[in-house]
Design a protein around this ligand. Structure first.
Ligand SMILES: Cc1cc2nc3c(=O)[nH]c(=O)nc-3n(C[C@H](O)[C@H](O)[C@H](O)COP(=O)(O)OP(=O)(O)OC[C@H]3O[C@@H](n4cnc5c(N)ncnc54)[C@H](O)[C@@H]3O)c2cc1C
Length: 520
């Protein structure tokens, strides 16, 4: 694999120095920055401005135990159950036990959680949670309010600088393999070296390597790919979560609008065209079964009855309830001529969340000295083979803070300039738009919800060829780098999916036998 995409002279590009550099401006990055000691200087980098991230789009809420009818042992068990035996129990314990105090900090920061008439924070229920423990803001606009509040707090910190429209190209290391900064490229193709002894990758997930995703268009796995080029270990790359219920039509950026699980938590049910509730036969928890089970039940229902979609029915609730509890979903559907108080919502499963990522320990440390990861880009071990709904924002908070606390306790030294060997790249005629569509099409058809050996092998060959072409090109634009990143993480997903022959959690192999070996 090509080590650096930057192949110029590092000494002649703009150089900035910070104690800590954080790639991302979502909840993981913002909360990590706010948890740093204020004497440490920090740069926050984002690719497409502050208003585009998965965090902004989060709807349902944050899972945390804040009521005494619930306890952290229940949250622990629910998380392990969703993770299908592959969670790191120590990481889950940290998540559920430390999460409530991070919620307290959010309340101090004035995150506007919804409250009941007595002023108590409201909690609701989502799929596979045994208790009501999902805190939310603005009904179903949790991510928007949370991100805005954290961004306001960051703006008031003198030690933190935000750099918009700077796309990460490389994670840099010195002669001893220690991190010493990152290189970014802006929209005009100008490179900058951010020298730093501490780099946190909080660049989010990989959703947009698939054709249909709820993710922001920034989510192409860049941080994960750059960390891989620097030698960081990745884990659980085969575990991609598909959300069962997204509106059938994408927006102008190709993003599929999510119909939150919280609707099912409030009584919505899935129906086929014959009005039947097909989830009752599919799982004892019916419509509130884990996401992978609901997703596959929908796919089978669509396939068996030749349907383009199924329907979500929340007509049991009054218009005023829906308007107040789910204002974002209510108005977005109405804008598309669907009145959810009387109409069923046409939905399909789409890519939604990435459980795998850069392998970290409980402090967010990777195998590279000075390199940390948190949020959706990281694999802390809390999600295992499948994420429990609304645990991801909690993970961003708990492990974002833990990265910062670890850095606060360390003594950053002045980093050396990275040693970059020139790469012999060669210009070739490529159509980046076609390559992007082909990667997305291949991932959706062959590396998506239902997988088998033949399809995965074919997909590896197709995307492997694009990867080889892309990495031989001169990298003079962010688009080229992003395309290479998409090919890199797609290949890693496919190869991990091929290696894991047995179905587990969100990874489903249609060709497994009971013993977990391949059918001939
Ligand atoms: C529609 C939707 C609804 C969701 N609802 C919920 C929910 O209710 N509860 C829950 O717990 N989770 C939910 N999730 C998941 C959750 O929102 C995400 O997992 C979480 O917000 C990820 O946060 P993050 O900080 O890791 O990354 P993000 O919020 O995705 O932020 C990534 C940041 O990295 C930056 N970036 C990316 N690449 C580069 C690059 N090359 N250079 C520079 N910067 C880069 C981006 O610009 C962005 O600022 C939802 C997700 C979606 C998409």
């Amino acid at each position: 694999m090509r080590r650096y995409v930057f192949s110029g002279n590092i000494n002649v590009i703009r150089k900035l120095s910070y104690d800590v550099v954080i790639v991302g401006c979502g909840v993981a990055a913002l909360y990590a920055a706010l948890s740093l000691d204020e004497h440490l200087t920090c740069a926050l980098i984002n690719k497409e401005g502050r208003e585009e991230s998965n965090s902004i789009y989060a709807q349902g809420g944050i899972a945390a135990v804040i009521q005494n009818t619930d306890n952290t042992q229940h949250h622990f068990q629910d998380t392990l159950f969703s993770g299908a035996g592959l969670c790191n129990e120590e990481a889950v314990r940290v998540l559920v036990q430390e999460g409530p105090s991070d919620i307290e900090k959010l309340i101090h920061l004035r995150v506007p959680f919804d409250v009941d008439a007595q002023g108590n924070v409201q909690v609701t229920r989502e799929g596979a949670h045994s208790h009501n423990r999902i805190l939310h803001c603005g009904g179903d606009a949790t991510g928007y309010h949370l991100t805005r509040t954290l961004m306001d707090a960051v703006s008031s910190r003198k030690n933190i600088a935000v750099y918009d429209y700077e796309c990460l190209s490389d994670v840099c290391t010195d002669g001893n393999g220690r991190v010493n900064g990152i290189i970014t490229i802006d929209t005009d193709g100008i490179f900058t070296f951010f020298a730093s002894a501490n780099v946190i990758i909080a660049s989010g997930g990989i959703g947009r390597i698939y054709r249909k995703s709820t993710n922001a268009y920034t989510q192409t796995g860049d941080g994960i790919a750059a960390a891989m080029r620097a030698g960081a270990k990745v884990e659980n790359m085969e575990f991609v979560q598909f959300h069962p219920t997204a509106l059938i039509h994408p927006d102008k950026n190709g993003r599929y609008f999510l119909i939150s699980e919280a609707l099912r938590g409030e009584g919505a049910v899935l129906r086929n065209r014959r009005w039947e509730r097909f989830m009752c036969n599919a799982h004892p928890m019916a419509d509130l079964a884990p996401r992978d089970i609901v997703t596959r039940a929908i796919i089978w229902e669509m396939k068996n009855h030749d349907l383009p979609n199924v329907y979500l029915d929340i007509t049991c609730k009054s218009r005023s309830f829906l308007e107040n509890r789910f204002p974002t979903i209510y108005h977005e559907c109405l804008r598309r001529d669907i009145d959810i108080a009387v109409d069923w919502i046409p939905v399909v499963p789409v890519q939604h969340y990435f459980m795998g990522g850069i392998a970290t320990d409980l402090h967010g440390q990777t195998n590279i000295d000075g390199l940390y990861a948190c949020g959706e880009a990281a694999n802390t071990g809390v999600h295992g083979a499948n994420r429990l709904a609304s645990n991801s924002l909690l993970e961003c908070l708990v492990f974002g803070r833990r990265c910062a606390e670890h850095i606060n306790g360390s003594c950053p030294s002045v980093p050396a300039v990275p040693c970059i060997q020139p790469y012999k790249d060669a210009e070739a005629a490529v159509d980046l738009g076609t390559i992007r569509s082909q990667i997305r099409y291949t991932m959706t058809q062959k590396g998506g919800i239902i997988r088998n050996k033949t399809n995965l092998t074919e997909a590896i060959a197709t995307i492997g060829a694009y990867h080889d072409t892309l990495q031989s090109l001169p990298m003079w634009s962010d688009m080229r780098i992003i395309m290479l990143n998409m090919a890199t993480v797609s290949l890693a997903v496919l190869q991990a999916a091929l290696r894991r022959e047995k179905s587990v959690g969100a990874h489903y192999r249609s060709d497994e036998t009971k013993e977990g070996t391949e059918k001939k």
